[in-house]
Design a protein around this ligand. Sequence first.
Ligand code: AMP
Length: 274
Amino acid sequence: MLIIKDIYNLKTYLKAFRDKGYSIGYVPTMGALHEGHGSLIEKSHNDNQKTIISIFINEKQFNDTQDFEAYPRNKGDDYNFCQKHNVDIIFEPSAEEIYPKEYKSIQNSHFQNILCDEYRPGHFNGVVTVLSRLFTIIESDKVYFGEKDFQQLKIVEKLIKENFPNLKLVPVSTVRSDEGIALSSRNKKLSKKQMLDLILFQKEVVQFIANLDKKIDLIEANKKAGEFIKPYEKFDYFEFRNASNLSFEGSLSESRLFYAIYKSGVRLIDNLEF
Ligand code: AMP
């Protein structure tokens, strides 16, 4: 396994792979790796001869400096994790390497003013900016994204369609704990008690969904969602949206439930399908 920090060396190794005719799968991450990331890596191994993962905590996508500073970091564990998952290259660049002085930010123009875009203004501009840069540097055949960050997945789908026609996007289902909690780097920040609260909340949400008539439309479903979430603690959104265009059109059976909640200052997002 190679750990590469600079673009020049990275390109040299990637070219050697390409010259041998190897297909390359790419998994972008912000580190603090867990089996959710592991599932993206394994999917890439199934599809490609070589797999590269990037670890880069992209400050541009944090609209809150404190959140950026507090984001979990565990380098040594990440290297062991990648070794265990037979990653071929870890690309771990510095901010200076990714953003040279002349580099211009990109504006996202899709799925705006809803869900995370409404509550984290500028977040997706940071996401498309770093991904455009990374896709251009790495030029993989395929790239792997989790459905856990569903709005991000939809935005990346547009980005690739418009700007990277040779890159194939592969979505990967959310990996959950036995109790149904979506694995997330941010879960590491929860105490045992907060995790137990989250498990209880998740069970109640699953029960709430199971009791709904799947034929009702999303307007009615969201009235019920609003009632359900009222007694709970701080949340940014808790709503059903059409899974193909993230609108409020259609029936419950075509939707996912999207939520962003806070557990003692830790912001957690998830989406549940039927
Ligand atoms: P992150 O390091 O949080 O930026 O995530 C990197 C990639 O891993 C993104 O495509 C995420 O959607 C994906 N991912 C994160 N958690 C999970 C999970 N529990 N299941 C599947 N994919 C995930």
